[in-house]
Design a binder for this molecule. Structure first.
Ligand code: ZN
Length: 96
């Protein structure tokens, strides 16, 4: 399985599976924001994704959604993502 390396401001470098991330794409710029729950501290992290990062994430099969250009990730989107983590499904990925 593909491993994505990123970093948590608290824990430092972490490794994630593509299913652990959610990418929000801004079509006009080709960049976006990706969101993940740190496997160590379980805090939700949101990071900007430049062209290169977007390409890498899409190539690894990360789920994405297109957002409009009005701004970065919203509180509503964060809440929706958090609520989607309520199930046990995602926890399996973190043990891979
Ligand atoms: Zn962390």
């Amino acid at each position: 399985m593909t491993t994505i390396r990123t970093s948590c401001p608290v824990c430092g470098d972490v490794e994630l599976a593509p299913t652990d991330l959610s990418l929000h794409l801004t079509p006009s710029s080709g960049t976006g924001t990706y969101v993940f729950a740190c496997p160590h501290c379980e805090q939700l992290q949101s990071r900007p994704a430049n062209h290169r990062v977007v390409s890498i994430l899409l190539a690894t099969g990360v789920a994405y959604e297109v957002v409009d250009d009005s701004g970065p990730i919203t509180e509503t989107e964060i809440r929706e993502f958090v609520s989607s983590l309520d199930g046990d499904e995602w926890r399996h990925h973190l043990r891979l």
